[in-house]
Write a protein that binds this ligand. Structure first.
Ligand code: FMN
Length: 200
């Protein structure tokens, strides 16, 4: 599928076939695409919880105002991030790079994030958003539907998935075989209202 077709046909689908399971070869292709997602300094600090336990899914659904996607979709991921990944052996993020690149970039990571908790958390949210878009477009290109979700109690979901203290929850993303079309599109803002030249 061409990129523009994936962009134009991806929709937030709310109804999924609960019986469908995604074949392993498709999943392998999916992760092969998704791992190319960019992150600042390549720290890849997203942490993805694949909620396979149906009982756990039901509890997460309760914390998400009963949204059926959580239990009905083939896959339910809680996209999280490690706010401290930047200080956890950062040389591993550049393991394949030439020595001079590694020696320049790795020390910059610590310099950039040290003492900036807001930035560390912002980065997790930024990266979860970019990751989610990769996952949604990958799913679309492989013939699947998805729904990104922020309509849940993040603290309650964090407890349910035993989120480590230095991690944060970004969003939930469900993926599966859609059984009903998405709502008609809400419409798009005029480009003039969102695009500025040089200054606001
Ligand atoms: C960050 C984010 C959170 C969202 N949360 C929910 C949600 O909790 N439940 C839901 O049904 N849809 C949710 N949506 C879907 C949006 O309503 C939908 O993407 C938007 O209306 C545009 O429609 P489209 O995705 O079909 O183009 C969310 C979308 C995004 C990007």
């Amino acid at each position: 599928m061409h990129f523009s077709e994936a962009m134009k046909t991806r929709r937030a689908v709310k109804h999924f076939d609960p019986e469908h399971s995604i074949p392993n070869d498709i999943l392998e292709e999916f992760w092969g695409i998704v791992r190319e997602t960019p992150s600042s300094f390549n720290i890849q600090h997203w942490r993805i919880v694949n909620v396979e336990d149906l009982e756990l899914r039901s509890k997460i659904k309760e914390a998400a105002w009963g949204q059926a996607q959580i239990t009905d979709a083939s896959l339910c991921f809680v996209l999280c991030g490690d706010t401290k990944a930047w200080e956890k052996s950062p040389e591993r993020y550049w393991a394949s790079a030439p020595e001079e690149v590694k020696n320049t970039l790795v020390p910059m990571i610590g310099d950039f994030y040290t003492g900036k908790p807001k930035l560390q958390r912002d980065e997790v949210m930024r990266s979860c958003g970019i990751l989610a878009q990769s996952m949604m477009l990958a799913a679309t290109s492989l013939g699947y539907q998805s729904c990104p979700m922020i309509g849940f109690d993040a603290e309650a979901v964090g407890k349910l998935i035993e989120l480590p203290a230095d991690h944060a929850v970004g969003l939930i993303l469900t993926i599966g075989k859609g059984t009903k079309q998405a709502h008609p599109k809400g419409g798009y803002m005029p480009i003039e209202e969102i695009l500025f030249s040089n200054h606001f």
